[in-house]
Design a protein around this ligand. Structure first.
Ligand code: IPD
Ligand code: CA
Ligand code: CA
Length: 280
């Protein structure tokens, strides 16, 4: 009787994988720190990394909080984090963007997130994206589905590109793919219901998984921008590829995602604009 009851509870309230649980703890700690700092932006120390690319003391502190929380639980695991780079060697690799959407954060524009993924032997198995401004927690474990807080996520069912809402990000630090990007953008302006560029790629991918977009594309992203979001999308029934339909997106950073119908149609629109550099 007790065993049956436990089985039933497991079905109704899926039990969180222990590694995901730690990632959630880390993401919430970082998110709270970011949230507390959001009303004192003017007092923060900000450094320019390169053209239009800034890092604040909040990015650095959030990253240290995340790393500390993960390594306290799993001291042997390896880390790849945006601000401090790589540390350790292990078949388990945590990929961290402590604050995705720094430009938004520094302008008080409430669209930014914490992104944490765990890769095991090169495959993303756990994902957390946390939006501290809305207290929205997106999570996924490979094979166990994607969730927003406690709600199971599915990508949209829209089948016509003309009805679709597409997310994207503009190139703003490196411009070698700008002409191709603008060509794709121009076509999609005419072939979709709308394009959005909110400014946190990790959150864009989480929103794609949550059915707030039908598709997404961007060029030149980094592993920490996309590792968690791509697992959320596939666990929500969506497709993720690079811009020509292959799986090199973690290496190239060029990414196209969508529900299965819209993903195919996006790739068709993108194809005539592909330069050798965008083929990866
Ligand atoms: C940036 C955001 C943005 C995307 C940029 C990323 P950061 O991350 O995800 O949406 O367009 O390419 O670099 O620098 O704010 O962590
Ligand atoms: Ca980022
Ligand atoms: Ca960042």
């Amino acid at each position: 009787m007790r065993a049956e009851f436990l089985q039933l509870i497991k079905k109704v309230v899926p039990i969180m994988h222990p590694m995901l649980n730690i990632a959630v703890k880390a993401a919430r700690r970082a998110g709270n720190l970011i949230h507390r700092s959001a009303d004192k932006i003017d007092l923060l120390t900000i450094t320019k990394k390169s053209h239009a690319d800034f890092v604040s003391e909040v990015d650095l502190a959030a990253e240290q909080t995340i790393i500390q929380t993960l390594l306290d639980a799993y001291p042997d695991h390896a880390i790849l984090a945006e601000e401090s780079g790589s540390q350790g060697e292990s078949e388990f690799l945590w990929i961290i963007d402590p604050l995705d959407g720094t430009t938004n954060f520094l302008h008080g524009f409430p669209q930014y997130s914490v992104s944490i993924a765990l890769q095991h032997r090169g495959i993303v198995t756990q994902a957390v994206i946390y939006d501290p401004t809305k207290n929205e927690l997106f999570t996924a474990t490979r094979g166990r589905g994607a969730f927003l807080n406690d709600r199971r996520l599915r990508v949209t069912k829209r089948i016509h590109l003309a009805d679709s809402l597409i997310g994207t990000g503009f190139p703003y630090t490196r411009f070698e793919h700008m002409d191709a990007y603008i060509g794709i953008f121009k076509d999609l302006m005419q072939k979709t219901s709308g394009l959005r560029r909110p400014g946190s790629a990790a959150l864009d991918l989480a929103w794609m998984a949550a059915g707030r977009y039908d598709g997404f594309f961007e060029t030149g992203l980094k592993p920490w921008d996309i590792a968690a979001g791509t697992l959320l999308i596939t666990e929500a029934g969506g497709m993720v590829s690079d811009l020509h339909g292959s799986d090199t997106f973690m290496k190239t950073g060029h990414i196209c995602a969508g529900n299965p119908d819209i993903h195919t149609q996006l790739l068709q629109v993108i194809a005539p604009h592909l330069t050798p550099g965008l083929k990866g």
